[in-house]
Design a protein. Structure first.
Length: 450
């Protein structure tokens, strides 16, 4: 009977079970009255009191019942109480596919979580997002639609593209492609800082397919976009962090004004948004503004910041920052450095010292050396890359300030000569203006091809 009771309570589709009738007091047990005929005239209604019946003689006291044994309940209502409804038959087991409300449905749990990708030894790819390829959530309907990265890149390279396109259009006053026109085009491309190698690639490709034929400036720009993409494709690689080294040390170098500190802040924002723990080291101890700026970025991104007083030894700070990042369990340590002119031997020697000191903690540190290259410096950027590569072992580039120059072609020349990976490019001061480098997008933007 207990089993039937629970089935009635937890079954679907049946009527709710009535409240059980409380057991009779053991001192004055009362036996049920004699049931009247079950007719409409004699059947008691729930709202009416039952007819009075003479009290029967008290029966003998029932025997003791062992605990846990269900007590029989009289079928008819007791005197001076509401009539108990007839016993409801047991409802059949529900055949519904829905789970019982008492037992929640089984929830599938992924085999791994996002943090599994950041265990020691994992390689984390830093692109538009960290360790994932999902698109960012769409903006709220009330917000103005945000420009795509290609649109922002095209706007950033607008000056470079306009000047280059205008000069190309000026060359092709003739309709036939001949040697003189090819030479003029080569000069235009070199002046645009694309470099000799890329200029020759473009003119050779154009000559092979269009020589002696009518050629428009749009035809030239289409060929240029194709050849520039071929030059840039081998260096368009994502930044990878090997967390077998924890913390993974990223040393950021470059001359004054190339945007090192801002780039560090934007990179830290990407990493922390991807679930990594980051420590920042204010190694530019020659500028108070650089130290304060890095502290602000640390607050924005929730990153620990290790700083010292103005004029402190940068190598000692780097050594201390590694220890604190290790103690804090940080995944990545990003070290800022003072802007050093490549022709100042004593300053470059100090950079070498930072590299040596980090090697005392980890023979492979720094694990990544990023150089920020200012596009506005043109051909000077070529020399900067060569010298910093020899001193600090630059492993990849971040091209900045493409939105403020007509000399964006220098990136193509650097890629053709040094063949260093280009991880990111920046076309603004916003935190989202540091984007993974795309060879195709850059080539189309600088050539003015949709």
């Amino acid at each position: 009977m207990a089993t039937g009771f629970f089935k009635r309570v937890f079954s679907f589709g049946g009527q709710p079970a009535p409240d059980p009738v409380p057991p009779l007091p053991p001192e004055t047990p009362v036996s049920p009255p004699e049931a009247p005929p079950n007719t409409p005239e004699t059947q008691p209604q729930p709202s009416e009191a039952p007819p009075e019946t003479p009290s029967p003689p008290a029966p003998e006291r029932p025997a003791e019942v062992p605990p846990g044994t269900p007590r029989e309940v009289p079928a008819e209502p007791l005197p001076d109480s509401e009539p108990a409804p007839a016993e409801i038959p047991e409802a059949p087991e529900p055949q519904s596919d829905e789970p019982s409300p008492e037992v929640p449905a089984e929830i599938e749990v992924p085999a791994s979580t996002a943090t599994d990708a950041y265990r020691p030894g994992a390689r984390v790819v830093v692109g538009k997002t960290v360790g994932q390829s999902a698109e960012p959530p769409a903006s709220a309907p009330s917000e103005a639609p945000k420009l795509s990265w290609l649109q922002r890149l095209s706007q950033g390279l607008a000056r470079s593209s306009r000047e280059l396109s205008g000069n190309i259009a000026g060359v092709f006053t003739k309709k036939k492609l001949d040697e003189e026109t090819l030479q003029d085009l080569e000069d235009v491309l070199i002046r645009a800082d694309l470099g000799m190698e890329t200029a020759l690639r473009i003119t050779d490709a154009l000559s092979a397919s269009r020589y002696g034929r009518d050629v428009s400036d749009s035809d030239v720009r289409a060929v240029m976009a194709t050849e520039v993409e071929k030059v840039l494709a081998p260096v368009a690689k994502p930044l990878e962090l090997d967390l077998l080294h924890k913390p993974h040390v990223v040393l950021v170098v470059g001359v004054n004004g190339t945007g090192k500190t801002t780039t560090i802040g934007k990179l830290a924002a990407k990493l922390t948004a991807g679930g990594l723990k980051v420590t920042l080291a204010a190694g530019d101890t020659f500028r108070a503004a650089a130290i304060e700026q890095l502290k602000i970025w640390g607050e924005r991104t929730g990153s620990q910041v290790v700083a010292s007083k103005l004029g402190a030894d940068a190598a000692s700070l780097a050594y201390e920052a590694y220890e604190k990042a290790k103690e804090a369990g940080s995944d990545v340590l990003i070290i800022d450095t003072a802007g050093r002119l490549q022709n100042k031997a004593e300053l470059m020697a100090e950079l070498e010292k930072i590299v040596r000191v980090l090697g005392k903690h980890d023979a492979d540190a720094p694990h990544t050396v990023l150089q920020t290259v200012d596009a506005t410096t043109g051909q000077n950027a070529m020399n900067q890359v060569e010298i910093f590569r020899n001193v600090a072992g630059v492993s990849g580039l971040v091209m900045t300030k493409l939105d403020g120059t007509a000399r964006g072609g220098i990136l193509v020349a650097i890629a053709a000569r040094h063949k260093l990976p280009v991880y990111f490019i920046g076309v603004g001061e916003g935190v989202d203006d540091l984007e993974p480098f795309s060879a195709g997008d850059f080539a189309k933007a600088i050539a003015g091809v949709n």
